[in-house]
Design a protein around this ligand. Structure first.
Ligand code: NAD
Ligand code: MG
Length: 394
């Protein structure tokens, strides 16, 4: 078997670290082309020493100089590159077979799209890229022949529950609807009143999953599920109305597909991202991921309930943006990134997050998407509206 060369965009994050864990179990199958990191350069340094990629990409010249000197000293052959253009280069270089897209937020859009346009096998964790640019992104997949495999556990589950020819359309393959499961996050059993005083630390303490800060806050507000609803509508070409969100506190059923004959197919497993990562790396084969087998007897019960719209207004905002289409989802995403950052830095309260997003959506009429520059311009405008609102109110 020939070795696949892998670039991990966002190697120092939660998904990046899990990806390297799976890859390290299969040195005969995978070699690292490039690892990228924006902060936590000490983590990137250790990853380079362990995995000896051809390239590492960092954000600034100072980071690059210091890292390159330390790697040379340690006899590590990795060449250190800098900046956004280098991210695109290591995502699209000819020798690369597989790209893990695990940068968080809008910053991941350009390099992820570069990998898609170069026709790579793209393992998509960076849901914000697809939320911002769905139509353009999926068209680029078609045009280049890239193989797009979802890493988000729900979408990976749905992919596993659909027939191989699902691209013919949901009606043609007999799908009635998709059931997207959500843990409900750390605040699922609180009252609306209690939500006003929750702290960033509480929001980042997810009951079932260990993840980066931004997605942890998104999970607590259920904006994560809203972004996932939009992500699923693009990945599987389904209308938002065909996607139902169900709270499932155990996070064992990762999502379900409901067929017109009454069959419902689900994918189950322990909540550990190494399962979808290994699945997407090896698909259509299977790989040992290091995840322990699911012990159904110790799980004992599986609960399901509807989300409370008063607790989670972000879910409504995302559904409305998905239905309105055009640039709405890029506006939703940008405003959410600004609001989450403001919450994490203690500037606003948790319940201010949906207020800022709704205000930004109200300020910006939805436009039909022209091209990537139009999306990036929309992203900048939405951030400005959200930041102006923050300056006026806080
Ligand atoms: P994280 O915060 O742990 O890691 C983010 C990575 O992106 C880091 O390597 C960081 O250095 C890099 N990065 C941040 N800002 C950057 C910038 N401006 N330019 C270049 N690189 C930058 O996040 P994570 O939890 O690993 O999530 C990564 C992506 O995967 C997100 O889009 C998230 O929604 C998605 N995702 C994560 C999980 C999970 O379990 N963690 C599950 C599903 C989907
Ligand atoms: Mg998910």
């Amino acid at each position: 078997m020939s070795v696949s060369w892998v670039t991990v965009l966002g190697a120092t994050g939660s998904i990046g670290v899990n990806t390297l864990d799976v890859i390290a179990r299969h040195p005969e199958r995978y070699a690292l082309f490039a690892l990228t990191g924006h902060s936590r350069i000490d983590v990137l340094e250790n990853q380079c020493l362990t995995h000896r990629p051809r390239y590492a990409v960092v954000a600034s010249d100072e980071q690059a100089l210091a890292l390159q000197a330390r790697l040379l000293n340690a006899g590590c052959p990795t060449a250190v590159l800098v900046g956004a253009e280098s991210l695109e280069q290591v995502a699209s270089a000819e020798d690369v077979d597989v790209v893990m897209a695990a940068i968080v937020g809008a910053a991941g859009l350009r390099p992820t799209l570069a990998a898609v346009r170069a026709g790579k096998r793209v393992l998509l964790a960076n849901k914000e890229a697809l939320v911002m640019s769905g139509a353009l992104f999926m068209q680029a997949v078609k045009d280049s022949g890239a193989v797009l495999l979802p890493i988000d556990s729900e979408h990976n589950a749905i992919f596993q529950c659909l027939p191989v020819d699902y691209a013919r359309g949901m009606a043609s393959v007999g799908v009635r609807r998709i059931l997207l499961t959500a843990s409900g996050g750390p605040f699922r059993d609180m009252s609306v009143e209690d939500l006003k005083t929750v702290t960033p630390k509480q929001a980042c303490a997810h009951p079932n999953w260990s993840m980066g800060q931004k997605i942890s806050v998104d999970s607590a507000s259920m904006m994560n599920k809203g972004l996932e609803l939009i992500e699923a509508s693009w990945l599987f070409n389904v209308r938002p109305a065909q996607i139902e969100v169900v709270i499932h506190p155990q996070s064992v059923v990762h999502s379900l597909v409901d067929y017109i004959d009454g069959s419902v197919i689900a994918q189950l497993g322990n909540p550990d991202m190494r399962t979808p990562i290994a699945h997407a790396l090896a698909w259509p084969e299977r790989l040992d991921s290091g995840v322990s087998p699911l012990d159904l007897l110790s799980v004992a019960r599986l609960d399901f309930r509807p989300p409370d719209p008063k607790m989670f207004p972000c879910l409504r905002l995302a559904r409305e943006a998905a239905e309105s289409g055009g640039t709405s989802c890029a506006v939703l995403n940008a405003a959410n990134e600004v609001a989450v950052e403001a919450f994490l830095t203690g500037r606003i309260g948790f319940t201010d997050i949906p207020v800022i997003i709704e205000h930004t959506l109200d300020c910006m009429a939805s436009e039909s998407v022209q091209d990537l520059d139009h999306i990036l311009l929309t992203d900048r405008h939405a951030r400005k509206h959200a930041n102006d609102w923050l300056s006026r109110h806080f």
